[in-house]
Write a new protein. Structure first.
Length: 263
C-alpha cells in the first residue's frame, strides 16, 4: 500500500521539516502540502534544519493548491481530529483502526456509506490528513474521510504538536505493517561453560587458601556452595576473567604479606 502524509495549510516551517524527519525514521517518504503559509516552505532554513537529515523527503515533497490534488491515487482517508463532531466518520484510536483495516474488519457505516466508498479489500493508497496548527481540520475534510483518528492522550491536556502527532501516527502505522527489526547495539553475551567455571573456582580455592579464609583440612562445603552460586548466576566469559583476576590479586597480596620483607 502506498502511504501518504498530507499537511493541510501548515503555518510553521519547522513543523514541515520535523514532519519529514518523523516520516523518514518510520520509512515513509510521500509528503504533500496543501496551500502552505510559505510558498517556499520546503526550502526555508528552519524547515531544512528541523528535517535533520530527511532532505530526501523534502526534495520529494509536493505542494498543491487543493486537497483534491493531494488525494490523487488515495482510496482510504484517515483524518486526525481531536475535536468531537456531531456528524462524520467513526472516531477510533490509530492502533484499533489499523488492525481493523488490515484484517478487513471495517464495518459499513450506514449514516455515511452512501457518501464514502468504504473499501471491501485492502486499499491501494492510505492517506493521513493533518490540519492547520491554528485551526485543526475543517469539517468538510473530516466528513470525506473514512475515519477520524484520535491519539489517546491525557483527557485534561490532549494538545499535540503537529510533527509529534505525525510521528505517533507514522509509528503506529509502521508497527501495524510489521515494523522494523530491532538491531542489537551490543553483541550477544557469551556464557561461560562448565569448564571455565570449574577453572575459575579452582583458582579461587587456591587464592582463598593462601589468604587463610579456606582451611584445606576442613573445607566444609564452601567450594560446592560457591559452585552453586555461580551456576545460578550464569556468569559471562568476561566475568570469569574478572573473577580470576581478583583471585590472582588475592594470591599476590597474600604472598606479599607472607614474604620475609614484611617480617
Amino acid at each position: 500500500m502506498q502511504t501518504r502524509f498530507i499537511l493541510i495549510q501548515p503555518s510553521h516551517a519547522g513543523n514541515v521539516g520535523a514532519t519529514a524527519r518523523a516520516m523518514k525514521v518510520m520509512g515513509f517518504d510521500d509528503l504533500v502540502l496543501v496551500n502552505p503559509r510559505w510558498p517556499n516552505v520546503l526550502r526555508r532554513l528552519e524547515t531544512i534544519q528541523r528535517a535533520s537529515g530527511a532532505l530526501d523527503v523534502l526534495n520529494n515533497a509536493r505542494i498543491v493548491a487543493t486537497l483534491d490534488e493531494a488525494l490523487d491515487g488515495m482510496d482510504h482517508l484517515c483524518a486526525t481530529a481531536m475535536t468531537p463532531r456531531d456528524f462524520g466518520p467513526p472516531t477510533r484510536a490509530p492502533r484499533q483502526h489499523f488492525e481493523m483495516l488490515l484484517k478487513q474488519e471495517l464495518p459499513a457505516q450506514a449514516e455515511y456509506a452512501s457518501e464514502v466508498d468504504l473499501p471491501s479489500s485492502l486499499p491501494e493508497g492510505v492517506a493521513f490528513l493533518f490540519g492547520c496548527e491554528r485551526f485543526g481540520m475543517a469539517n468538510e475534510d473530516v466528513y470525506r474521510s473514512h475515519v477520524a483518528l484520535s491519539i489517546p492522550t491525557n483527557p485534561k491536556f490532549g494538545s499535540l504538536n503537529l510533527a509529534a502527532a505525525v510521528q505517533l501516527i507514522a509509528y503506529e502505522w509502521r508497527m501495524a505493517l510489521g515494523g522494523f527489526a530491532v538491531e542489537a547495539s551490543t553483541p550477544e553475551p557469551v556464557r561461560a561453560d562448565a569448564r571455565q567455571v570449574a577453572g575459575m573456582l579452582a583458582h579461587w580455592e587456591q587464592a582463598l587458601t593462601e589468604l587463610g579464609f579456606l582451611d584445606p583440612a576442613a573445607p566444609k562445603k564452601l567450594m560446592p556452595r560457591l559452585n552453586q552460586l555461580f551456576n545460578r548466576a550464569q556468569p559471562l566469559q568476561e566475568e570469569i576473567h574478572i573473577l580470576r583476576g581478583i583471585a590472582k590479586a588475592i594470591s599476590q597480596m597474600a604472598d606479599k604479606a607472607q614474604s620475609p620483607a614484611n617480617d
